[in-house]
Ligand binder design. Structure first.
Ligand code: NAD
Length: 369
C-alpha cells in the first residue's frame, strides 16, 4: 500500500476551521486501506509571523519541498494589516509558489446539480458544468520587467507593466494542458490575444507546435481571450480545459468560478514541473481567503478545502476513483439540503462547518460501503 506524505498549512482565520474538516476526510481515506496518508502540520501566514516573525520559515518551506502534496488553508487578517510589506501573511504563500516553482494553476468550475439555482446563469446553461481553467502562474504581465511608475520631465507620470513569455514557459504549460485533457474529455482551448499582442502570437505558435509533439489524442482549439470570456457566459459547457497566460487566466478563472455559486465552493491546485520520477511539486488550496468576518464562529464552508484535497487525490496521487467518490460525497451532502451560510437557499437547512464535514464523511462511508 503506498504511503503519501502531506504537509498541512492551515494558516489563519477560517483556514484553521476548514482544515480540521479536511483532516477528518483524510482519516476516512486512511481507514479505506487504499493508501496511507501521513500528515504533518506547520505554521504559515499570520500564525507564523506571531511565532517566528516571518510568514514562512525555511524549515516549513523545506517540508513543503519534500511533501507529496501541500494542503494550504488561507492566510491574513486585520491583526497583521500593519506588519511590513515584505513579511505580510500573503508573502508566505507567494514564497511557497515561487520557491516550489508552481507554474501551473488549475481552477475547476464544477456546478453541482443541487446548486444550479444559486448561479446567476440559467439552470440549463450551468447544470452539470465541469470545466478546468489552467492558468500560467509564474510569468507574464504580473512579473515582467520593467514594472514601474516613473515621473516624466513634464511632471506627468507614466506606468509600465511588461508582458513577457519565453518558448519554454509556454511549452511547459501547454504540455500540462494536454496531459490534463487526456484524463478528461480530451479537448483544449488555448486563449490569447494574438490579434494585438506579440506574446499572443508566440503563445499561439508554441501551443500549436507543442500540440503536434505532445498532444496525441487531444483536440486543440485556439480562441481569442475576449471571445472566450463571452463564450463562457453564453455556453460554458462547450469547453473542457482552457489554457491561458497569467493575466487572462486570473480573469477567466474568476468568471468561470462564479457560475458555480460561492467562493466557499472553489478548490484549486498549483503544480510544478515533474522530477525524474514524474512527481510534481504541488500545493492545493481553496480560492477563498481567511474570511475574518466569520472566522472562529464555525460558519465557514469547508467544501472548497475538501475539494482541494480531492484534487490532490486526482493530480498528485493517481487516485481518480477516490477523487470521484469524494466529489459524489460532496454532491450527496448538498443533495440532502444542507447548506452553509454562503450557499444558503430557501427551504434548505443551515449548517456549520463541522456539520457539513460530518455529512460529507457520512456520504463517503455510504458510497464506499
Ligand atoms: P475572503 O475570501 O476571505 O472573504 C470574502 C467573503 O467571502 C467574506 O464575506 C467571507 O465571509 C466569504 N467567504 C470566504 N470563504 C468562505 C467560506 N469558506 N465559507 C463561507 N464564506 C466564505 O476575502 P477577503 O475578505 O477579501 O480577505 C480576507 C483576508 O484573507 C485578507 O487578509 C486577504 O488578504 C486574505 N486572503 C487570503 C487568500 C489566501 O490565503 N490564498 C486569498 C484571498 C484573500
Amino acid at each position: 500500500m503506498p504511503t503519501h506524505n502531506l504537509l498541512l498549512l492551515p494558516g489563519d482565520g477560517i483556514g484553521v476551521e476548514v482544515m480540521a474538516e479536511v483532516e477528518r476526510v483524510l482519516a476516512f481515506f486512511n481507514g479505506m486501506g487504499k493508501a496511507t496518508f501521513e500528515a504533518s502540520s506547520d505554521l504559515v501566514g499570520g500564525a507564523a509571523i506571531d511565532r517566528h516573525g516571518t510568514p514562512l520559515t525555511d524549515a516549513a518551506l523545506d517540508k513543503a519541498q519534500r511533501a507529496g502534496a501541500v494542503l494550504f488553508g488561507s492566510v491574513g487578517g486585520p491583526k497583521w494589516d500593519r506588519v511590513p510589506y515584505d513579511i505580510r501573511p500573503e508573502a508566505g504563500l507567494l514564497r511557497l509558489r515561487r520557491e516550489m516553482d508552481l507554474f501551473a494553476n488549475l481552477r475547476p468550475a464544477i456546478c453541482y446539480p443541487a446548486l444550479a439555482e444559486a448561479s446567476s446563469l440559467k439552470r440549463e446553461i450551468v447544470e452539470g458544468l465541469d470545466i478546468l481553467i489552467l492558468r500560467e502562474l509564474t510569468g507574464g504581465t504580473y512579473f515582467g520587467e520593467p514594472k514601474e511608475i516613473v515621473t516624466l520631465e513634464s511632471g506627468e507620470k507614466r506606468a509600465v507593466d511588461t508582458t513577457v513569455y519565453t518558448t519554454r514557459e509556454i511549452e511547459r504549460i501547454a504540455r500540462v494542458a494536454f496531459d490534463l485533457a487526456r484524463k478528461r474529455s480530451g479537448k483544449v482551448h488555448s486563449a490569447e490575444k494574438r490579434n494585438v499582442m506579440k506574446t499572443g502570437v508566440l503563445w499561439h505558435e508554441v501551443v500549436t507546435e507543442t500540440h503536434q509533439k505532445h498532444g496525441q489524442g487531444v483536440e486543440l482549439h485556439h480562441i481569442l481571450a475576449d471571445n472566450c470570456a463571452m463564450q463562457l457566459v453564453r455556453n460554458p459547457k462547450q469547453f473542457d480545459v482552457i489554457v491561458c497566460d497569467n493575466l487572462f487566466g486570473d480573469i477567466l478563472s474568476d468568471e468561470a468560478a462564479m457560475m458555480t455559486g460561492s467562493l466557499g465552493m472553489l478548490p484549486s491546485a498549483s503544480l510544478g514541473a515533474p522530477d525524474a520520477s514524474g512527481r510534481r511539486k504541488a500545493l492545493y488550496e481553496p480560492v477563498h481567503g481567511s474570511a475574518p468576518d466569520i472566522a472562529g464562529q464555525g460558519k465557514a464552508n469547508p467544501i472548497a478545502s475538501i475539494a482541494s484535497f480531492g484534487m490532490a487525490l486526482r493530480y498528485s496521487f493517481e487516485m481518480a476513483r477516490e477523487a470521484d467518490l469524494l466529489d459524489k460525497a460532496i454532491a450527496g451532502a448538498l443533495g440532502r439540503g444542507l447548506r452553509t451560510g454562503d450557499i444558503m437557499q430557501p427551504n434548505m437547512r443551515l449548517v456549520g462547518t463541522a456539520e457539513m464535514g460530518d455529512a460529507i464523511v457520512e456520504e463517503l462511508a455510504r458510497l464506499a460501503a
